[in-house]
Design a protein around this ligand. Sequence first.
Ligand SMILES: Cc1cc2nc3c(=O)[nH]c(=O)nc-3n(C[C@H](O)[C@H](O)[C@H](O)COP(=O)(O)O)c2cc1C
Length: 86
Amino acid sequence: MATIYIAYGSVEGQTARIAEYIADVIRAHGHEAETADLKQAPNSIPDGQDGVIVAASVHVGKHEGYVADFVHNNRRAVSHQRRNTD
Ligand SMILES: Cc1cc2nc3c(=O)[nH]c(=O)nc-3n(C[C@H](O)[C@H](O)[C@H](O)COP(=O)(O)O)c2cc1C
């Protein structure tokens, strides 16, 4: 079982809905998923995650600044690839 953290930035709510849907699909496959609205969530990734998904809408050509800050602050973790050797 994997634990997946889905961090998102959403202005009008569409990305939030997509993030919740992705979490439901992950849970339906027997894994754990937690969504986090980056407008309010801490700027760090909780311990114990096997994967991180970052979702963000675009307004006037840019993601919300708090999403960019999250990715910047966690760039090592979000660019890390763990290979399954099973
Ligand atoms: C004022 C405004 C500006 C937008 N600018 C862009 C843009 O530059 N590029 C783009 O692909 N979509 C743009 N969109 C479309 C939004 O990204 C789209 O509606 C998205 O579903 C919004 O997601 P959210 O509800 O999670 O914020 C814009 C929408 C609005 C209302």
